[in-house]
Write a protein that binds this ligand. Structure first.
Ligand code: 3PG
Length: 208
Protein backbone atom coordinates (compact mmCIF):
# COMPACT_ATOMS: atom_id res chain seq x y z
CA UNK A 1 0.00 0.00 0.00
CA UNK A 2 1.18 3.55 -0.71
CA UNK A 3 2.08 6.00 2.01
CA UNK A 4 2.24 9.74 1.60
CA UNK A 5 5.85 10.04 2.75
CA UNK A 6 7.08 7.62 0.08
CA UNK A 7 5.06 9.39 -2.58
CA UNK A 8 6.47 12.78 -1.51
CA UNK A 9 10.01 11.40 -1.75
CA UNK A 10 9.54 9.83 -5.18
CA UNK A 11 10.37 12.96 -7.19
CA UNK A 12 11.39 16.51 -6.27
CA UNK A 13 8.42 18.04 -8.11
CA UNK A 14 4.75 17.07 -8.30
CA UNK A 15 3.18 18.56 -11.43
CA UNK A 16 -0.21 20.11 -10.69
CA UNK A 17 -2.39 19.38 -13.71
CA UNK A 18 -5.54 21.08 -14.94
CA UNK A 19 -6.68 18.91 -17.85
CA UNK A 20 -10.04 18.19 -19.43
CA UNK A 21 -9.27 15.78 -22.27
CA UNK A 22 -8.40 12.21 -21.21
CA UNK A 23 -6.60 11.40 -24.46
CA UNK A 24 -4.42 14.50 -24.30
CA UNK A 25 -3.90 13.91 -20.57
CA UNK A 26 -2.41 10.47 -21.22
CA UNK A 27 -0.02 12.06 -23.73
CA UNK A 28 0.98 14.75 -21.22
CA UNK A 29 1.28 12.29 -18.35
CA UNK A 30 3.41 9.95 -20.42
CA UNK A 31 5.72 12.87 -21.30
CA UNK A 32 6.02 13.81 -17.61
CA UNK A 33 6.90 10.25 -16.59
CA UNK A 34 9.38 9.99 -19.46
CA UNK A 35 10.97 13.21 -18.24
CA UNK A 36 11.38 11.71 -14.77
CA UNK A 37 8.34 12.98 -12.86
CA UNK A 38 6.15 10.03 -11.96
CA UNK A 39 3.92 11.55 -9.26
CA UNK A 40 1.08 13.40 -10.99
CA UNK A 41 -1.63 15.50 -9.32
CA UNK A 42 -4.81 15.75 -11.38
CA UNK A 43 -6.86 18.63 -10.04
CA UNK A 44 -10.62 18.23 -9.89
CA UNK A 45 -11.12 21.58 -11.53
CA UNK A 46 -12.44 20.56 -14.91
CA UNK A 47 -15.66 18.88 -15.99
CA UNK A 48 -13.92 15.67 -17.05
CA UNK A 49 -11.22 15.61 -14.36
CA UNK A 50 -12.31 12.20 -13.04
CA UNK A 51 -12.18 10.70 -16.54
CA UNK A 52 -8.75 12.28 -16.96
CA UNK A 53 -7.60 10.76 -13.68
CA UNK A 54 -8.95 7.31 -14.56
CA UNK A 55 -7.30 7.40 -17.98
CA UNK A 56 -3.96 8.48 -16.54
CA UNK A 57 -3.83 5.58 -14.07
CA UNK A 58 -3.01 3.40 -17.07
CA UNK A 59 0.27 5.24 -17.73
CA UNK A 60 3.18 2.95 -17.06
CA UNK A 61 5.17 4.10 -14.03
CA UNK A 62 2.81 6.92 -13.07
CA UNK A 63 1.54 7.47 -9.53
CA UNK A 64 -1.62 9.43 -10.14
CA UNK A 65 -3.48 11.31 -7.44
CA UNK A 66 -6.27 13.83 -7.19
CA UNK A 67 -5.84 17.47 -6.23
CA UNK A 68 -8.27 20.23 -5.30
CA UNK A 69 -10.28 17.69 -3.30
CA UNK A 70 -12.61 19.84 -1.22
CA UNK A 71 -15.02 17.41 0.45
CA UNK A 72 -15.65 13.76 1.21
CA UNK A 73 -17.81 13.18 -1.86
CA UNK A 74 -14.96 14.32 -4.10
CA UNK A 75 -12.57 12.16 -2.09
CA UNK A 76 -14.77 9.10 -2.74
CA UNK A 77 -15.09 9.86 -6.44
CA UNK A 78 -11.33 10.37 -6.81
CA UNK A 79 -10.46 7.14 -4.99
CA UNK A 80 -13.04 5.24 -7.00
CA UNK A 81 -11.47 6.62 -10.19
CA UNK A 82 -8.11 5.18 -9.10
CA UNK A 83 -6.38 8.03 -7.26
CA UNK A 84 -3.45 6.73 -5.20
CA UNK A 85 -3.21 9.92 -3.17
CA UNK A 86 -5.43 12.86 -2.32
CA UNK A 87 -4.34 16.50 -2.14
CA UNK A 88 -6.50 19.26 -0.72
CA UNK A 89 -5.80 23.00 -0.62
CA UNK A 90 -6.94 23.01 3.01
CA UNK A 91 -7.66 20.84 6.01
CA UNK A 92 -11.06 20.12 7.49
CA UNK A 93 -11.72 17.58 10.20
CA UNK A 94 -14.45 15.99 8.13
CA UNK A 95 -12.23 15.49 5.08
CA UNK A 96 -9.33 14.19 7.19
CA UNK A 97 -11.62 11.66 8.88
CA UNK A 98 -13.05 10.55 5.54
CA UNK A 99 -9.52 10.09 4.16
CA UNK A 100 -8.54 8.04 7.21
CA UNK A 101 -11.69 5.91 6.94
CA UNK A 102 -10.75 5.02 3.36
CA UNK A 103 -7.07 4.61 4.27
CA UNK A 104 -6.18 7.18 1.62
CA UNK A 105 -2.73 8.75 1.31
CA UNK A 106 -3.73 12.27 2.24
CA UNK A 107 -1.84 15.52 1.77
CA UNK A 108 -3.95 18.39 3.11
CA UNK A 109 -3.03 22.03 2.77
CA UNK A 110 -1.85 24.19 5.66
CA UNK A 111 -0.88 27.85 5.68
CA UNK A 112 -0.23 28.62 9.35
CA UNK A 113 0.48 27.21 12.82
CA UNK A 114 -3.18 26.63 13.69
CA UNK A 115 -3.71 24.58 10.53
CA UNK A 116 -0.69 22.44 11.41
CA UNK A 117 -1.91 21.95 14.98
CA UNK A 118 -5.32 20.85 13.70
CA UNK A 119 -3.57 18.38 11.40
CA UNK A 120 -1.41 17.01 14.20
CA UNK A 121 -4.53 16.50 16.33
CA UNK A 122 -5.90 14.39 13.49
CA UNK A 123 -2.74 12.29 13.29
CA UNK A 124 -1.27 14.03 10.24
CA UNK A 125 2.23 15.48 9.88
CA UNK A 126 2.84 15.67 6.13
CA UNK A 127 1.28 18.74 4.53
CA UNK A 128 1.02 20.78 1.40
CA UNK A 129 2.15 24.32 2.32
CA UNK A 130 -0.36 26.33 0.33
CA UNK A 131 -0.39 28.90 -1.15
CA UNK A 132 3.34 28.82 -0.53
CA UNK A 133 4.50 32.17 -1.92
CA UNK A 134 1.38 34.10 -0.95
CA UNK A 135 1.49 32.69 2.60
CA UNK A 136 4.87 34.24 3.27
CA UNK A 137 7.18 32.14 1.13
CA UNK A 138 10.35 30.54 2.40
CA UNK A 139 10.53 32.93 5.33
CA UNK A 140 7.17 31.69 6.64
CA UNK A 141 8.07 28.05 6.08
CA UNK A 142 11.34 28.43 7.99
CA UNK A 143 9.49 30.09 10.87
CA UNK A 144 6.93 27.26 11.01
CA UNK A 145 9.68 24.62 11.02
CA UNK A 146 10.80 25.86 14.47
CA UNK A 147 7.88 24.72 16.64
CA UNK A 148 6.94 21.77 14.42
CA UNK A 149 10.14 19.71 14.16
CA UNK A 150 8.62 16.49 12.80
CA UNK A 151 6.42 18.11 10.20
CA UNK A 152 7.38 17.91 6.51
CA UNK A 153 5.99 19.87 3.59
CA UNK A 154 5.25 19.96 -0.10
CA UNK A 155 5.15 23.73 -0.75
CA UNK A 156 2.90 24.60 -3.67
CA UNK A 157 1.57 27.86 -5.10
CA UNK A 158 3.68 30.35 -6.98
CA UNK A 159 6.73 28.07 -7.22
CA UNK A 160 8.74 27.97 -10.45
CA UNK A 161 11.67 26.04 -11.85
CA UNK A 162 13.83 28.98 -10.79
CA UNK A 163 12.56 29.20 -7.20
CA UNK A 164 12.16 25.45 -6.57
CA UNK A 165 15.82 24.81 -5.61
CA UNK A 166 15.61 27.25 -2.68
CA UNK A 167 12.55 25.44 -1.34
CA UNK A 168 14.03 21.99 -1.92
CA UNK A 169 17.16 22.96 0.01
CA UNK A 170 15.10 23.14 3.21
CA UNK A 171 15.29 20.14 5.54
CA UNK A 172 11.54 20.25 6.05
CA UNK A 173 10.69 20.13 2.34
CA UNK A 174 10.31 16.69 0.75
CA UNK A 175 9.10 17.94 -2.63
CA UNK A 176 7.37 20.93 -4.20
CA UNK A 177 4.27 21.15 -6.37
CA UNK A 178 3.60 23.40 -9.30
CA UNK A 179 1.62 23.97 -12.44
CA UNK A 180 4.50 25.54 -14.37
CA UNK A 181 5.32 22.33 -16.27
CA UNK A 182 2.05 22.10 -18.16
CA UNK A 183 0.31 25.20 -19.44
CA UNK A 184 -2.58 25.19 -21.95
CA UNK A 185 -1.20 24.33 -25.37
CA UNK A 186 2.22 23.09 -24.19
CA UNK A 187 3.42 20.32 -26.53
CA UNK A 188 4.30 16.86 -25.19
CA UNK A 189 7.93 17.44 -26.19
CA UNK A 190 8.07 20.69 -24.20
CA UNK A 191 6.39 19.01 -21.23
CA UNK A 192 8.98 16.24 -21.30
CA UNK A 193 11.80 18.79 -21.40
CA UNK A 194 10.25 20.74 -18.50
CA UNK A 195 9.87 17.50 -16.53
CA UNK A 196 13.49 16.55 -17.15
CA UNK A 197 14.67 19.93 -15.85
CA UNK A 198 12.46 19.59 -12.77
CA UNK A 199 13.43 15.98 -12.12
CA UNK A 200 17.06 17.06 -12.06
CA UNK A 201 16.45 19.27 -9.05
CA UNK A 202 17.69 17.69 -5.87
CA UNK A 203 16.03 17.50 -2.51
CA UNK A 204 18.22 18.18 0.49
CA UNK A 205 19.89 14.83 1.33
CA UNK A 206 19.61 15.67 5.04
CA UNK A 207 15.82 15.66 4.88
CA UNK A 208 15.53 11.99 5.78
C1 3PG B 1 -2.46 24.18 -6.60
O1 3PG B 1 -3.65 23.93 -6.61
O2 3PG B 1 -1.66 23.45 -6.03
C2 3PG B 1 -2.00 25.45 -7.22
O3 3PG B 1 -2.94 25.97 -8.06
C3 3PG B 1 -0.70 25.31 -7.91
O4 3PG B 1 -0.12 26.54 -7.81
P1 3PG B 1 0.68 27.18 -9.04
O5 3PG B 1 -0.28 27.21 -10.18
O6 3PG B 1 1.08 28.55 -8.56
O7 3PG B 1 1.86 26.28 -9.31
Amino acid sequence: MDDIETIMRTAPVIPVLVLDDPEQAVEIGTALVRGGLSVLEVTLRTRRALDVLAAMTAIDGAIVGAGTVLDDAQLDHALDAGARFIVSPGLTERLARAAAARRACFLPGVANASDIMRGLELGLNRFKFFPAEASGGLKALKALAGPFGDVRFCPTGGITLQSAPDWLAEDTVLCVGGSWLVKPGTSAADVEAAARAAAGLRTNPRSV
